[in-house]
Write a protein that binds this ligand. Structure first.
Ligand SMILES: NC(=O)c1ccc[n+]([C@@H]2O[C@H](COP(=O)([O-])OP(=O)(O)OC[C@H]3O[C@@H](n4cnc5c(N)ncnc54)[C@H](OP(=O)(O)O)[C@@H]3O)[C@@H](O)[C@H]2O)c1
Length: 132
């Protein structure tokens, strides 16, 4: 879960059922085989980060946290680990949250490897219960 794949439909379902969500890849898993640079390259996030004196990563992580979701972010770099933890003493304004909610959505990892002739899933539409 991240600002470019907010999964509102799934979150509404979980909320109704009392299911707590843990959001992994909150930065879009930049640099991994299953991720993309889309989140970290988002101009909306960069603009908010510059205006607040934060980084795009911090804006992402804070946004996920403000959705009431547990955040699972990963870094092997000490400075970035500290940066990623520094999201509790500040918040996004309603205007900033609204801007993030308007970001066009893109599923980062469509997992097309599960779609093949013998698979029960013949399309992304089927694989992801229409949430594509
Ligand atoms: N259960 C599942 O199905 C599932 C699926 C996917 C991921 N996960 C887990 O979720 C955790 C996080 O997900 P993820 O690693 O896929 O994606 P992520 O946390 O969104 O992104 C990790 C990438 O962002 C970089 N990064 C971290 N902090 C940064 C910062 N402040 N500024 C710039 N770049 C930064 C990392 O590089 P550096 O290390 O160089 O900082 C790494 O390339 C991992 O522990 C992963 O194993 C679970």
């Amino acid at each position: 879960m991240n600002p470019l794949w907010q999964q509102k439909k799934l979150r509404e379902f979980c909320e109704k059922k009392g299911i707590h969500i843990t959001g992994y890849s909150p930065l879009g898993a930049k640099g991994t085989p299953w991720g993309t640079n889309w989140v970290m390259d988002s101009q909306v996030l960069k603009d908010i980060a510059i205006a607040k004196g934060k980084t795009s990563a911090q804006v992402c992580i804070r946004w996920v946290y403000e959705q009431g979701v547990s955040v699972l972010v990963k870094s092997f770099n000490k400075q970035r680990i500290e940066e990623n933890l520094d999201i509790f003493e500040w918040s996004l304004s309603p205007e900033e949250s609204e801007k993030i909610s308007q970001i066009p959505q893109r599923k980062g990892c469509p997992a097309d490897l599960f779609i093949f002739d013998e698979s029960p899933f013949k399309s992304r539409f089927e694989l992801w219960d229409e949430d594509v």
